[in-house]
Write a protein that binds this ligand. Structure first.
Ligand code: SF4
Length: 460
């Protein structure tokens, strides 16, 4: 299954900063479950805590109470670049010229190897294998009279995907790459500001969505107010379309649009393209649910929860080892025999990556007595890896890169298989098609990775 990326929350200013960041991170837990961290400051002292595991495991009430401060940043992580080493937990905090500097990053740089080699030649010593540390090294070496100028010079050396939060002694700075691959939103909270990967982080803390950090923009939050700068000479939107299909929470607004409505339209378009008939439409929980609803309503076939998810284990794809993933899927989803038995089931899945977990699900539906199982997928076949922060497996492991639809149907043990077309997917989007990255479906990359990118990414 697909591994997630990371979630960011920042805050300027609020007396309850640690509590608010904690709740914000909790809302973004779906974006990363391996580790989390919070750094806050009251302008004189820095307080930080981070660790491996879920937000609720890393932070106790006493720890949150001990984190005094009125501004700060937080991060939840799934390891993309850098592996799951504890040293790679973010935010990444350093001291530079006697002052604190920390960074939280979502996305992958596509020129990280080149930059790292160059920096090491110049004498940099790295503590971690994260892209985020590269950015810190570049930042402290860059020309500029203040952090903002240095950051602009740094960002101009980066390629690929980065939504960033930077913590300084007296400010929080948000920045986004020139393609806007990953989301980053700004909200109002009391007299201050919150910045988060998705707006679902605002809802729990009572913040009001204001706007996105624009692609190619830096926004500085300090006692001087809010200042916006454009760092990129050329902006070409390439929002990750997979955020709408799968990653983002359906109650979020990302890229200024509702995830729920978009996912519903994906299901409607899938219904238009599918010729299958069945007795019931069954979502593969949870991310297939809204597309399944759209599909069911458009097809006028009853929607049934024919598979129940055990909510008390993590999302299987978050586990770093294949054997953990395989064990996870068996205990996570269970078909409801009384619902599926004797029925022609149309199952709705959000995506198929390797196909192994999907095959298990099809088998369990058949074991539960389904007469036939047809699968409709609310995105096109995934044929290429992602270089922008989503940890798809290598091209060879992507089932659709080596098998056609008929062969995949056979492999999965299905009676029918239908994918949404690229046009159907783009038509469901709430923004023009040219605003999106679709590289994992089309192989057309908006930013080419540097040499050896894949080797570097997956060798750890
Ligand atoms: S390649 Fe796919 S997953 Fe990666 S950014 Fe593009 S659309 Fe998103």
């Amino acid at each position: 299954m697909i591994k997630e990326e990371c979630g960011l929350v920042g805050l300027f200013k609020n007396e309850n900063s640690a509590e608010i960041l904690y709740v914000g991170l909790f809302s973004l837990q779906h974006r990363g479950q391996e580790s989390s961290g919070i750094i806050v400051s009251d302008g004189t002292s820095i307080n930080a805590h981070m660790g491996s595991g879920l937000v609720s495991d890393v932070f106790t009430r006493d720890i949150i109470k001990s984190l005094n401060g009125n501004f700060g940043i937080g991060h939840v992580r799934y390891s993309t670049t850098g592996g799951s080493n504890k040293r790679n937990i973010q935010p990444f905090l350093v001291e530079y010229s006697g002052k604190p500097l920390a960074i939280a990053h979502n996305g992958n740089l596509t020129n990280s190897k080149t930059l790292r080699i160059e920096l090491e030649k110049q004498g940099s010593i790295f503590q971690t294998s994260m892209d985020s540390e590269i950015i810190i090294h570049l930042l402290v070496r860059s020309n500029g009279s203040d952090v903002k100028e240095k950051l602009i010079n740094t960002l101009r050396q980066l390629k690929g995907a980065f939504s960033l939060l930077i913590f300084t002694e007296n400010s929080i700075i948000a920045a986004r790459d020139a393609n806007g691959f990953r989301p980053l939103c700004i909200g109002l909270l009391d007299n201050g500001y919150v910045i988060a990967s998705e707006t679902c982080a605002f809802d729990l803390i009572g913040a009001q969505y204001l706007r996105d950090v624009e692609p190619g923009e830096i926004v500085v939050f300090s006692d001087n107010g809010v200042e916006s700068y454009t760092w990129a000479e050329n902006v070409h939107r390439s929002h990750c379309i997979f955020e709408f299909i799968y990653f983002a929470r359906p109650d979020s607004t990302i890229f200024t649009k509702s995830v729920y409505s978009t996912r519903h339209r994906l299901g409607e378009n899938l219904a238009e393209e599918s010729e299958f008939d069945g007795d019931i439409v069954v979502p593969i929980p949870d991310s297939g649910s809204i597309a399944a609803l759209g599909f069911s309503q458009r097809k006028k076939i009853p929607f049934e929860f024919g598979i129940i998810r055990n909510h008390y284990i993590g999302r299987t794809f978050i586990q770093p080892l294949q054997k953990m993933r395989d064990a996870g899927v068996k205990i996570k989803l269970n078909p409801v025999k009384s619902v599926v038995s004797g029925k022609r089931v149309i199952a709705i899945e959000d995506s198929i990556v390797r196909g192994t977990t999907c095959r298990n699900r099809v088998k369990s539906l058949k074991d539960a007595g389904a007469e036939t199982v047809m699968l409709c997928v609310s995105c096109p076949p995934i044929i290429s890896p992602c270089y922008y922060g989503i940890d798809f497996p290598s091209k060879q492991e992507l089932i659709a890169s080596t098998k056609n639809v008929e062969q995949i149907k056979e492999f999965l043990g299905l009676d029918g298989l239908c994918y949404l077309s690229v046009n159907g997917m783009l038509d469901a989007m709430p923004l023009p098609g040219e605003y999106f990255c679709t590289a994992c479906f089309t192989g057309q990359y908006p930013v080419n990775p540097d040499f050896n990118f894949n080797k570097y990414q997956f060798e750890e």
